[in-house]
Design a protein around this ligand. Sequence first.
Ligand code: KG4
Ligand code: ZN
Length: 356
Amino acid sequence: MSQARPPGPEPLVLGIETSCDETGVGLVRGTTLLANAVASSLDEHARYGGVVPEIASRAHLEALLPTLTEALDTAGASLADLDAIAVTAGPGLAGALMVGVGAAKALALALDLPLYGVNHLVAHVAADRLDSGPMTEPAVALLVSGGHTELLYVTDIATSAPVVGQTLDDAAGEAFDKVARLLDLPYPGGPAIDRAARDGDPHAVSLPRGLMTPRDLQRHPHDFSFSGLKTAVARHVEEARRDGVAVSVADVAASFQESVADVLSAKTIRLAQEKGVTSVLLGGGVAANRRIRELLAERAADVDLHLRVPRLSLCTDNGAMVAALGAAVVASGAEPSDLGFGTDSTLPFTQVAVSG
Ligand code: KG4
Ligand code: ZN
C-alpha cells in the first residue's frame, strides 16, 4: 500500500451511493466538488414501469468499479489520496444498499481509511453545499423523488435533520409515474408529464389538493398524500373514455402537475414560516419539474425566503452528495462508523451517520 499523504486542510472524501437505481461515486474536498460519476440502470427497469430491486442490485455490482475508476480519473486522484469514505447506509432498497456498503467496507479495510455510513435523505440536502456552500441553518428542505417526499427541518447538517412531514401514501415522483401510465405516457412519467403540461391548461380539470382542508391541516399540517389525486385523475380519464370524449393529455397533465406543485409549495412555505427560517431547499429528482420550481420560487419570494435548488445532476441520486455529507460529518469531528454496521432500508432521519 502506498504511503498515506499528510492530510490537507480539508479531507478528500469518496462518496458511494447505491440505494436505488443509480450507482454513484463522487469525490469532494470540503464543499468543493471534484467528480460525480453516475451509472443508471433506469433503462433496464423501464419495461416494468418501476425499479425492480433484484435488477438494481446486479447492476450496481457491475457498475461500481467502472464508476469508481471514472470518478478518480475525473478528479485526477488515486485511491491513495483519499482521507475518508462515506457510503449510503439507508434508507433505500436493502439489496442495492448492500452492494455499496460492501464495496465501501472493502475499500476502507484495504486502504485503512475511516468509513462513515450516512443517511441518503440528508445527503440530498448536503448536495446543495457543493453548489452554494454551507446553508444558513436552521433551514427547511423539501425532498421529492420517485422514492420519497419529505419535509426536513435541518438544524445541523452533520448531526440533525429531523423529518417533520412526509407522504402518507405515494411519493411525489411515484404519483407522476402512475398518472403518466394512466395517460399512456412513457416511464419515467415525471419528465413526460412536465413536457405534456406545457401545452395544457392547469385549470382545465378540477382536481383535489391532498391534505389541504382545514381539518387535514390540523391533523397533518406538514404531511402529503397523492393517492386521492391519482384516483381523481383515473376517474376523470375513465369517465371521458366511457362517454366517448377525447381526453386532453396536455390539460390533465397540467392540472395534475398544478395540484402537486400547489400542495408541495404551500406546505414548504408554511413550515418555513412556522420555524422562522430564512432558507428553503428543494432536492430530489422531481426538483426537475418546471412548475414545482416556478411556484415554489414565486411563493418563497413573496415572503422573502431564499430558495436554493442544486443543479439537477446533484438533485437526482448521486455519489457526490454522499461525499458532501461525509465531508460535513468528518468536519464535525464525529467518530467513523464501526465497520460492523449494517444497511438499514428504513434508516430514520434522526440518524445522519451510523455509529455501530
Ligand atoms: O431522484 P430520482 O432520480 O430517483 C429516485 O427516485 O430516488 O427521482 C426520479 C423521479 C421519478 O419518479 C421521475 O418521474 C421524477 O423523479 N421526475 C420528475 C421530473 N423528472 C424526473 N417528476 C416531475 N417532473 C419532472 N420534470
Ligand atoms: Zn434519493
